[in-house]
Design a binder for this molecule. Structure first.
Ligand code: GRF
Length: 197
């Protein structure tokens, strides 16, 4: 078997998106999660990594580009996935992994994205807009929040009486499908490929 496609994951929170990738990689997969990094020492994502036997480290200074780039290069990451990572990636690291760093966002970019647009605030904004659909987006990471080329998207219905939490749960379920699909497509191709139409 060819060398597995080496995936590093950055996460700040519970890590359910990380878990979806770990689960997808556990079945005869061309991809392997080789490193999990978090800016939050209490992140559930770090525990999930440890439970999966994956090296997990706390990023002491998320703004320290050279240190982050070194950690990712030392892990020989082929792909870097931001899975609920809430810090801006330093330009040094964005450049070092240009075209090989992706982020999942719980809305249909380019709408409802940008600084401060994460968590319930995203879904509150979608509901307030009166939109009838929302969804998940995967995009290439640039030096600005949520502005890179969208490479995969999947919609969900916004239902009457939806609360931010209900919509968030519906979108999260789709994130858990879409992100592993993008990771596996990249692993099979040996590079990030767009699944967007
Ligand atoms: C997800 O909603 C994701 O879209 C956003 O942050 C959340 C991460 O959740 N970027 P988890 O930590 O993967 O459970």
């Amino acid at each position: 078997m060819a060398e597995p496609y080496r995936v590093a994951v950055l996460a700040s929170g519970g890590g359910s998106n990380l878990q979806a990738i770990l689960d997808a990689c556990s079945r005869r997969s061309p991809a392997e999660v080789v490193l999990v990094l978090s800016n939050n020492p209490d992140a559930g994502a770090l525990t999930r990594a440890q439970n999966a036997g994956v090296p997990a480290e706390v990023i002491g200074s998320p703004a320290d580009g050279p240190a982050l780039t070194k950690a990712l290069q030392d892990a020989r990451a082929d792909l870097v996935v931001l899975a609920g990572y809430l810090k801006l990636v330093p330009p040094d690291t964005v450049t070092a992994f240009a075209g090989r760093m992706i982020n999942v966002h719980p809305a249909l970019l380019p709408d409802f994205g940008g600084p401060g647009m994460y968590g319930a605030r995203v879904h509150r904004a979608v509901l307030d807009s009166g939109a009838s659909v929302s969804g998940a987006s995967v995009h290439l990471v640039t030096t600005e929040f949520d502005r890179g080329e969208v490479i995969a998207q999947r919609t969900v219905a916004v239902l009457p009486g939806d609360s931010p939490d209900k919509l968030a749960a519906r979108v999260l379920a789709v994130e858990h499908q879409l992100l592993p699909e993008v990771v596996m497509a990249a692993a099979r191709a040996g590079r990030v490929v767009s699944l967007a139409k």
